[in-house]
Design a protein around this ligand. Structure first.
Ligand SMILES: Cc1cc2nc3c(=O)[nH]c(=O)nc-3n(C[C@H](O)[C@H](O)[C@H](O)COP(=O)(O)O)c2cc1C
Length: 214
């Protein structure tokens, strides 16, 4: 184990796959779409997974991985349980940050902004598109609450499957959130830790773009 830790300490691999130079557009959305599409087309593992960080009433941050599902009118949309840990954090403090990491492309994408629930019709449409098992799961799981035993959950799954033999309606506690960004940072790894960092920030009603030190 110690050898392994020593090896990690001495591993100074470089980033050398790309650069961010030139003109990137007046808003972050063109470059986001380019990077997102490239992550998809180059088969990056879980390319649409990101870490969402929220902060609770005591100022304690917490993070978890979610899937980005839609980009609607320049808002980043994800789906979850509104009563979960993250849901409770967001109800009190709607500020959140999203982080994508595409190691195969040596890219990190950082997004900060404010979150609100999507319109009910948007959640309804997405819920209806989910596999039946996930729909039943959304009813059965009290996401983030303590669970004495897994069998408790499985009994609830069976009960809801019986209750909804055909169409499964969307539970009111489950739906989408949309994050409206005020900051988007594109990070491209470069040799000798001299990475490119291009930051878009929204101020005085418009987007500005500036480079940061690595
Ligand atoms: C790859 C991956 C994708 C995930 N996608 C979602 C998602 O889209 N929605 C969701 O509620 N949880 C998703 N999860 C589970 C969350 O990471 C988390 O465990 C759950 O939402 C409860 O978080 P909370 O207790 O902090 O609210 C995903 C986990 C992984 C590893």
């Amino acid at each position: 184990m110690e050898d392994f830790l020593e090896d990690i300490k001495n591993d100074h691999r470089d980033f050398d796959q790309g650069k961010l130079e030139g003109n990137f557009g007046s808003t972050p959305f063109e470059l986001f779409q380019k990077w997102y599409q490239e992550a998809f087309e180059t088969n990056q593992v879980e390319f649409n997974a990101f870490s969402l960080s929220t902060v609770d009433q005591q100022g304690q941050p917490s993070s978890r991985i979610l899937y980005l599902k839609e980009l609607i009118d320049e808002h980043f949309v994800f789906y979850t349980n509104y009563e979960s840990h993250k849901g409770q954090d967001l109800a009190r403090n709607p500020k959140a940050s999203m982080l994508f990491f595409w190691p195969g492309l040596q890219r990190q994408l950082r997004i900060e902004g404010t979150v609100e629930k999507v319109e009910e019709a948007v959640s309804d449409a997405y819920f209806a598109s989910r596999p039946r098992g996930s729909q039943i799961g959304a009813w059965a799981s009290k996401q983030s609450e303590w669970l004495e035993d897994r069998s408790e959950l499985e009994h609830k799954v069976a009960a809801y499957a019986e209750k909804f033999p055909d169409l499964v309606p969307r539970p009111a506690h489950w739906g989408g959130y949309q994050l409206k960004p005020i900051l988007v940072e594109f990070w491209q790894g470069r040799p000798s830790r001299l990475h490119d960092r291009i930051v878009y920030f929204f101020e005085n009603g418009q987007w500005h773009v500036q480079r940061k030190n690595p």
